[in-house]
Design a protein around this ligand. Structure first.
Ligand code: GDP
Ligand code: IMO
Ligand code: MG
Length: 426
């Protein structure tokens, strides 16, 4: 039996989709455990680009089945559109996709509330993806959410929805929004609900049986450790546990069964939306990291199209992330993007008033006072996108990987030199 978690170590978009695909060759099951339509995972296979939001990237591996676990905020309308898109590209989902009957359902009113809350925050907005994630997890914690099993309860579902809409309307009205009509909303979502009913099942039982049968299971993280509701840069983060703990609670797989935790770390740092970012760059260097937007891998959000903020690699973040996740293996992505720089900086620590600090600050006021300490590397200035092994990489690139590994105390399992499936050097 082998259960491996794949976790984003920064603020999301590290290349998790690509690494899940790369590790997916031997997988029997790929499961998502948290997040929802806020995620955007890109996988490139033989030049074909797949952008996944809710469906696990493992659906692209013929040998694997895909599971949407109980911890996911599940949007039926969005999922249906994604299933249709996959089927158009020849990827079958019937009998290969299983949705948890315990997953909380993102309803249209959650998205409205997400937008209204963002508007009411004005300049202090969180920059959410407006996919209804916060309000859905809010209802989960407040114990008034709807779950997968409610979708299959044909007789009671409409009544339940009407009750919830009445409650949601109170909040919507209070926030100055336009009340929604329950019947119209039902008409809007019912085609998706009906289509998805056959996919809904007890995924806890499914995964437990797979454990008993010694199957290979990959747990596909969404977002990244710095967006974790407990460990991230609160309140500028998402509403789920994006770290390894969330893999267990979001799937029903016991923590001890997770034998390896593979951390995906981009060779530089990006973040979408607002919130602190100690190594953020502006100007030409940021633009070199971001790219022009012409390539699909340039730093523009998969879900929202927003330009991502870019900066140097932050090893304070990488080390913190390694420790809270129990990372056992590192995958360093987008090494090719670093090839253009004459000089590369890596942040190896923070100081406040000249004194080094330990760990990652909980308070944003403290974080604001932190000064990054940089180590400067000469760039390797060489196209590495055709390298066939890590030992083919220029010395500078190998040193870069070694410094990351040393700082985190974990070996580098792969370095990624392009978006393609074959551009991963193990
Ligand atoms: P995820 O959310 O962590 O799955 O990451 P995204 O898919 O949102 O963003 C990563 C982007 O970088 C995608 O377009 C990937 O195809 C691309 N990508 C992944 N690894 C590499 C790499 O090593 N080099 C380049 N140039 N692109 C990469
Ligand atoms: P993947 O899985 C990058 C960010 C949003 C916002 C904050 C809260 O592709 O790495 P939310 O809609 O979750 O309430 O937004 O979290 N965010 C992400 N940033 N990648 C993601 O997912 C993200 N999912 C959410 O930009 O700052
Ligand atoms: Mg993404």
């Amino acid at each position: 039996m082998s259960v491996t978690a794949i976790i984003g170590m920064q603020w999301g978009d590290e290349g998790k989709g690509k690494i899940v695909d790369a590790l997916g060759e031997e997988a029997n099951i790929v499961a998502r455990c948290q997040g929802g339509g806020n995620a955007g995972h890109t996988v490139v296979i033989s030049g074909k680009i797949f952008k996944l939001h809710l469906i696990p990237s493992g659906i692209l591996r013929e040998n694997a089945i895909a599971v949407i676990g109980n911890g996911v905020a599940f949007d039926p309308v969005k999922a249906c559109a994604e299933i249709d898109g996959l089927e158009e590209k020849g990827i079958k989902t019937a009998g290969r996709l299983f949705i948890s009957d315990r997953a909380h359902i993102v309803m249209p009113y959650h998205k409205i509330l997400d937008g209204l809350r963002e508007e009411s925050r004005g300049k202090a907005n969180l920059g959410t993806t407006r996919q209804g994630i916060g309000p859905t997890y809010g209802d989960k914690a407040a114990r008034c959410g709807l779950r997968g099993h409610h979708l299959v309860d044909v007789a009671n579902f409409p009544t339940l929805v009407k009750e919830r809409v009445a409650e949601a309307n109170k909040q919507i009205e209070f926030m100055g929004g336009e009340k929604i009509d329950a019947d119209a909303m039902l008409a809007e979502i019912m085609p998706a609900v009906e289509k998805l009913r056959p996919y809904i099942t007890d995924t806890v039982e499914l995964l437990q049986d797979a454990l008993d049968a010694d199957k290979n299971i990959l747990l596909e993280g969404a977002q990244g450790a710095m967006l974790d509701i407990d460990f991230g840069t609160y309140p500028f983060l998402t509403s789920s546990n994006t770290t390894t703990g969330g893999c267990a609670t979001g799937s029903g797989i016991p923590p001890w069964a997770i034998k390896e935790v593979h951390g995906v770390l981009k060779a530089f740092t990006t973040r979408v939306g607002t919130g602190p970012f100690p190594t953020e760059l502006a100007g030409e260097q940021a633009e070199l990291l971001r790219g022009s937007g012409k390539n699909h891998w340039d730093e523009f959000g998969t879900t929202t199209g927003r330009a991502r903020r870019c900066g140097w690699l932050d090893l304070v973040v990488a080390r913190y992330s390694t420790r809270i996740n129990g990372i056992t293996n590192l995958h360093i992505t987008k090494m090719d993007i670093m090839s253009t720089f004459d000089e590369i900086k890596i942040c190896t620590g923070y100081t406040i008033d000249g004194k080094p600090i330990k760990g990652f600050p909980s308070s944003l006021d403290v974080l604001e006072k932190c000064q990054p300490v940089y180590e400067v590397f000469p760039g390797w200035k060489q196209d590495i996108s055709q390298c066939k092994s890590i030992s083919d990489l220029p010395e500078g690139a190998q040193k870069y990987l070694k410094l990351i590994s040393k700082h985190c105390g974990v070996p580098v399992t792969s370095a990624s030199i392009g978006p393609g499936r074959e551009q991963t050097l193990f």
